[in-house]
Structures are given as C-alpha cells and as structure tokens.
Design a protein around this ligand. Structure first.
Ligand code: FE2
Ligand code: FE2
Length: 189
C-alpha cells in the first residue's frame, strides 16, 4: 500500500476515505441504537469507556495546569493512566489478534480498511509506550522528591494532550467499519 499514505495517517486524516464507508452507508449510525448485535453493543461500550478515560485524564491535566498541584496530579493521574494503558493495550490485542482476522475472512472487500485500523494500532502503541515512559519518569521524580517534578509533569501532560485526537479518530473510524460489519454480516459466517 504505497498510495498516498499520508492522506490516511492517523494523526492527520479527518475520517475514513469513501471506499471504506460502504458498510456504514448500508447501516448508518442513526440505526446503531436499538437492537444492536450484542458484540457490536459491547464494542461501543468499550470505546465509550476509552473516551471516558481520556476525558478524565484531560480533566486532571487541566486541573493541574490551573492549580500547579503536582502531588494531586500524581495521586490521581498515575492510577488512571495505568488502568487506561492496560485496558487499551488489551483491547487492541484482541482486535488485531482475533477479531480483525475473522473480519477479513467474512468481508474480504474491507481488507484495506482493516489494514488501516491495524496501522492505527501500531501508531497508538508507540504513543502508549511514550505515555508509559512519561508516567514512570513522573512517578520516579515524585518519589525521589527530585527538582524536576514539574518538568516531568509537563512532559506527561503534553503526551496526554497529544494522545487525545488520534485516539478519538481511531475509535470513530474503527466503529464505522466494525459495527456495521458485525451487524450486517455476523461474526461467524
Ligand atoms: Fe482499535
Ligand atoms: Fe476498538
């Protein structure tokens, strides 16, 4: 896939290209509410929880930027970040390892769309790794009562800010493929 890769990069794209949206056209978002397939509904629930996690961390960062209380940031953000990293990593493993291969078989036509989602996971994984390192550095600086606690807090906060947009983009684009696919084709053929 060498065709205009930048246009589809997670950090810059504004949504899926039209060629990947035929499933959503057949089963549009305004019909995703009632009587949704159980797996599809669970998928949306998981995504809602990641949006909630990100919003919670965004809120903690804003509070800290307003009050400068690094101890409070540490106490609240580190456990929130740990839980976020663990859950999102687990979610991506199940998607890329189990669901996506199944979906490629069920709907070969969306293969390039699944490739895109897999590439998103790789990109997000790098950010999660950076968040983990940033969280650890902040945690260690606080524990050591180091002089650069504020620096580490700034760095971690910037990473959390930077994670929001690509994460939300990925969740939405993935839903546009996965939810109609599950609903229209079923997961077991
Ligand atoms: Fe995903
Ligand atoms: Fe997902």
């Amino acid at each position: 896939m060498s065709e205009a890769p930048d246009a589809l990069a997670l950090t810059t794209r504004a949504g899926l290209p039209p060629g990947f949206l035929y499933l959503r056209e057949e089963f549009p978002r305004d019909r995703w509410t009632a009587k949704l397939d159980e797996t599809a509904a669970f998928w949306l629930q998981m995504h809602a929880s990641f949006r909630g996690h990100q919003a919670h961390m965004d809120g903690l960062v804003s509070q800290w930027r307003a009050n400068g209380d690094a101890a409070a940031l540490h106490r609240q953000l580190i456990p929130a970040l740990q839980s976020f990293l663990q859950h999102l990593d687990g979610h991506h493993r199940v998607e890329s390892g189990q669901y996506f291969p199944m979906m490629r078989q069920i709907e070969p036509k969306i293969g390039a769309g699944i490739d895109l989602l897999d590439r998103d996971h790789d990109a997000i994984h790098e950010t999660l790794e950076a968040l983990f390192q940033g969280g650890l550095a902040f945690h260690q600086a606080v524990n050591a009562k180091a002089t650069d606690v504020a620096d580490k807090a700034h760095r971690l906060s910037d990473l959390i800010d930077g994670n929001a947009r690509p994460l939300l983009r990925h969740l939405e684009d993935e839903e546009d493929i996965v939810i109609p696919l599950i609903q229209l084709r079923g997961l077991h053929g």
